[in-house]
Design a protein around this ligand. Structure first.
Ligand code: GTP
Ligand code: MG
Length: 221
């Protein structure tokens, strides 16, 4: 009897007093822009060159600790083929941030962000939007005039959406972790000390002047 009480006492002492917060993040954008690759890289740190189409919605979880709080990211990855648009509510309802991805080597995928944003924002107005250009490793080898044009257009989209803008490469591990850091900072109104990258031709990382109107609205209730 005594022994079992001691064991119980020990178990109670071992229970960590740590807050746990679950944060759902939705990834949307055209087929093959690199949504699944980004999620798998962020959660499992692996990159696969081979394409496997996502059928419906995929999801993975990753826990990160900030001070005394565990944040559990629940990442919802929606297949980009038009036929899966009816599953958009699974990726957007309940998400605190929505990441709109486009392929930096395919400008039409940026144009499509308008429609993804319209639909996702219609379902969930309070989610923080992020605009992410993928495959920076391929983009950087393209014609400088093209790079400049696309960078400027991306900045305009980011302004209109009031969304932080990140160019990333999952293949070369550029700005992958930072996307999720920025999402978290915007959701919880935290101050970030990441240096911004504003130079055309570089992997852009612009967040301080974007995504704040929404937080102000949320803060006011
Ligand atoms: N070079 C390069 N290729 C990438 C990068 N990210 C993804 N890819 C490739 O792009 C292809 C499509 O990637 P996925 O992650 O499957 O794209 P998706 O957006 O999930 O596509 P759907 O599931 O059809 O919506 C794959 O062959 C990836 O290996 C990147 O940063 N650089
Ligand atoms: Mg996919």
């Amino acid at each position: 009897m005594e022994g079992s009480q001691e064991t119980q006492g020990q178990q109670t002492m071992n229970v960590k007093v740590k807050n746990q917060v679950e944060v759902q993040i939705g990834l949307v954008g055209d087929a093959q822009v690199g949504k699944t690759s980004l999620m798998v890289k962020y959660v499992q740190n692996v990159f696969d060159e081979e394409y496997t189409q996502t059928l419906g919605v995929n999801f993975l979880k990753r826990k990160v600790s900030i001070r005394s709080t565990d944040i559990v990211f629940s990442i919802m990855d929606l297949g980009g083929q038009r036929e899966f648009i009816n599953m958009l509510p699974i990726a957007s309802l309940g998400s605190s941030a929505m990441v709109f991805l486009f392929d930096l080597t395919r400008p039409d995928t940026l144009t499509s962000v308008k429609e993804w944003y319209r639909q996702a924002h219609g379902l969930n107005e309070t989610a923080v939007p992020l605009l992410v250009g993928t495959k920076y490793d391929l983009f950087v080898d393209l014609d400088p005039a093209y790079q400049e044009q696309l960078s400027r257009t991306s900045m305009e989209y980011a302004q209109v959406m009031d969304a932080p803008l990140v160019f990333c490469s999952t293949a070369k591990s550029i700005n992958v972790q930072k996307i999720f850091k920025i999402a978290l900072a915007k959701i919880f109104h935290l101050t970030l000390t990441l240096p911004e990258i504003n130079e055309i031709g570089d992997p852009l990382l612009i967040y301080s002047t974007l995504g704040n109107k929404r937080s102000r609205r949320a803060a006011r209730g």
